[in-house]
Design a protein around this ligand. Structure first.
Ligand code: PFF
Length: 467
């Protein structure tokens, strides 16, 4: 099986693709805003500790499973458990979760693409109207944008691992970096920019409480694309010679660095627009930040560099977010694609067609659940309020099932697959892993407090969201 399995051509290709998955919409806007609201430097510190001591071991475990099995997540659970039926549920969830998250992420990526197109057409003033977003998401033009985004994602995926995913990541990730640094460089020259930077980095430990800690950990977990089967799938495309431990560290550092640098772009822009901004009053939601608040700020830049200049800055910003979203979407759709190819023995083209049809239909329904169609908008009621189909997909898969999938990975590698095999796999390509502090820490944390923390987050989310 693994002899004719496609592989990334190099370690760099794998790292760029995995970092492309990790760097997403959440990094660029969600992270900076939530850091500023929740204690600035104190949040940054806690976040970094969570990444290093909780997320990284889970990341290594996911990668080890994928590389060992050289299969999609469903196949990995099946093979590594010796066909133990008890674990097939975990395998199924590890494929269903990315399928459903792809749907909700696609909805948002389509809006980003729509805003990108609008800035290219010179319509920044329309985007800055506070009523525009509500109207835009209920216009039939979103379906055209959806078609184009679907086409772009499928064009990348049809190329396979080397010619598709890796090639796209090798272009999009460096481009993303250049756009980000360019924007930071410009934004830092604006009046009052430093007030934003100060709010972002100066620690305020008084803001720390259980819910902030929970939020920081969940954010780190999502941001590193854990629990989505993605890293298992991507790691199944790397050779036994590569160092997973080093690769995981590189991915975590890149992802966190991009999130941090994004704060040096977003906060100065916000504070230069309104020096009296009270961070507590900033919206927690990335969606309203990106589509309602930021366009207003971007338009205001015209007093500095004129309307065309402001439109160019806005275009670069949406292009940056779009690149980040595309590499994430590609990674998440690759999981069910690999599962269909390997479990159902269909060709890549057929798998992509099946997924385009199924995720496409669900994306259309989710898109219509923002007011176009009543029964989708008021789809279900829980937690004391009516919820749309989109809310349901988000709450169930993004908020709730991810920590559960992480928990399954911990339990599986330690208690079913066993530590010794995990160590064996992680030591390939990483001389000195055996007996190292990292090995001891990974084995200890995965078998003790990490699964406990993930279980608490899972139970807490179920209790607070659904009851
Ligand atoms: N790390 C991604 C982000 O921060 O946006 C998480 C992700 C979400 C990856 C959705 C892929 C995806 F489709």
């Amino acid at each position: 099986m693994s002899a004719n399995r496609e592989h990334f051509s190099s370690r760099l290709g794998f790292i760029l693709a995995a970092a492309g998955s990790a760097v997403g919409i959440g990094n660029l806007v969600g992270f900076p805003v939530s850091a500023t609201k929740n204690g600035g430097g104190a949040f940054l510190l806690v976040y970094a500790l969570f990444v290093a001591f909780i997320c990284l071991p889970v990341m290594m475990a996911e990668m080890a499973m994928g590389r060992k099995a050289q299969q999609d997540p469903y196949g990995a659970y099946k093979t590594l458990s010796g066909n133990d039926k008890k674990w097939s549920f975990a395998g199924m969830l590890a494929v269903l979760t990315p399928f459903m998250i792809a749907v909700f992420y696609m909805v948002i990526t389509v809006w980003i693409f729509g805003y990108l197109a609008q800035t290219a057409l010179g319509n920044l003033d329309a985007l800055a109207d506070p009523k525009h977003f509500g109207q835009f998401i209920n216009q039939s033009s979103v379906f055209w944008y959806m078609l184009l985004v679907g086409l772009i994602v499928n064009l990348i995926l049809v190329g396979g691992v080397k010619q598709g995913i890796e090639k796209a990541a090798k272009f999009l990730m460096p481009a993303l970096f250049v756009l980000l640094i360019g924007l930071v460089g410009y934004v830092l020259t604006l009046d009052n920019a430093m007030a934003g930077v100060r709010y972002y980095v100066i620690p305020d430990f008084s803001k720390m409480n259980a819910s902030v800690l929970n939020g920081a950990l969940s954010q780190a977990f999502f941001s590193l694309s854990l629990g989505m089967g993605i890293l298992m799938t991507y790691a199944s495309y790397i050779s036994k010679k590569e160092d997973i431990v080093g690769g995981a560290k590189m991915v975590a550092v890149t992802d966190s660095l991009v999130a941090f640098i994004a704060g040096l772009m977003v906060l100065p822009a916000i504070f230069s627009f309104n020096p009296a901004t009270n961070p507590d009053e900033l919206s927690e939601s990335s969606v309203s930040m990106i589509f309602v608040y930021l366009p207003k700020i971007l338009l205001a830049i015209q007093s500095d560099i004129g309307y065309t200049g402001a439109s160019i800055v806005a275009f670069v910003f949406f292009l940056l977010v779009f690149f980040a979203a595309i590499t994430s979407l590609v990674s998440i759709i690759e999981v069910p694609t690999a599962a269909l190819i390997e479990e159902k023995k269909v060709s890549r083209k057929t798998a992509l067609m099946i997924l385009a049809g199924s995720t496409g239909a669900l994306t259309v329904l989710c898109t219509m659940s923002f007011g176009m169609v009543d029964w989708l908008t008021q789809f279900i009621s829980y937690g004391g309020a009516p919820k749309s189909l989109f809310d349901l997909v988000y709450d169930v898969f993004y908020d709730t099932i991810l920590p559960l999938n992480g928990l399954m990975v911990c339990l599986f590698v330690i208690y079913r697959w066993k530590k010794i095999k995990l160590s064996e796999e992680l030591s390939l390509g990483c001389d000195g892993y055996k007996g190292s502090f990292t090995e001891k820490y990974v084995n200890f944390s995965l078998s003790t407090f990490i699964p406990v923390i993930l279980l608490i987050i899972f139970v807490n989310t179920v209790a607070t969201k659904f009851f």
